[in-house]
Design a protein around this ligand. Structure first.
Ligand code: ADP
Ligand code: MG
Length: 213
């Protein structure tokens, strides 16, 4: 299956709805171990992307991802603005002259995750959004290598993302503001991991609808 950039407005709308619907919960998470602004940072970014949606849908994937990354970096603020920006810019580079398919997406997300790791000096187990993004990228790679049928991909990706966010609960915080709390961060989910999971779940649903319609 090849995914057209024409779906970008649907992705943005679905992600915005998912973040809005869970805003209170995520704010409570970020208030417990961060400074409480993660959802409003993300909502600011999504509002900006919403305004750009028609323009983005007319671009190729590489150009659209570049614009998304730069817009998030300048509109969001916070650690997460720089990190999501880095993610999309690295994905843009990997998608140059490529159609969006399972194998190219897997490679682009892998490159994006590597860039986020470098930028934030963080890795799996630091109680960040990487605890969701790393296993999701690895699963996509496996799916591409083993040529999983699409329904298997769409079923497994949200499951892996949910397991990733749940895994942050019992971790001490290693990076970002929460790291000041260290051990005391145990018992709380990481806010950025939660929103990353919500984003991945929303994107998967749009793809599901687009392929079963
Ligand atoms: P800030 O921490 O600047 O207030 P946000 O509240 O928007 O920014 O985002 C916080 C989220 O960013 C955290 O929940 C965590 O998932 C993620 N994060 C923070 N620092 C890092 C890092 N070094 N690497 C990866 N993710 C990080
Ligand atoms: Mg914050």
């Amino acid at each position: 299956m090849t995914v057209s950039p024409a779906l970008i407005p649907d992705f943005i709308q679905a992600v915005t709805a998912a973040i809005d619907a869970n805003a209170e919960e995520v704010t409570l998470l970020d208030q417990a171990i961060g400074d409480g602004d993660h959802v409003t940072n993300l909502q600011r970014g999504l509002t900006t992307l919403g305004g750009l949606a028609p323009e983005l849908s007319a671009m190729d994937w590489s150009a659209a991802l570049q614009k998304i990354g730069m817009s998030l970096m300048s509109s969001m603020g916070g650690a997460s603005g720089a990190l999501f920006g880095t993610l999309f810019l690295a994905m843009s580079k990997a998608m140059r002259n490529q159609a969006m398919e399972l194998a190219t997406l897997a490679e682009a997300l892998t490159q994006g995750v590597e860039a986020v790791k470098l930028r934030g000096k963080a890795d799996l187990g630091d109680k960040t959004l990487l605890d969701v993004l790393i296993p999701v990228a690895a699963t996509l790679k496996q799916a591409a290598t083993e040529s999983w049928p699409l329904p298997q991909v769409l079923e497994n990706i949200p499951r892996v993302a949910a397991a990733g966010v749940e895994a942050t609960r019992d971790l001490p915080a290693g990076k970002g503001r929460a790291s000041f709390l260290g051990e005391r961060a145990r018992g709380h989910l990481d806010a950025g991991a939660k929103t990353s999971q919500l984003i991945i779940q929303a994107i998967t649903r749009v793809l599901e609808d687009a392929t079963t319609a």
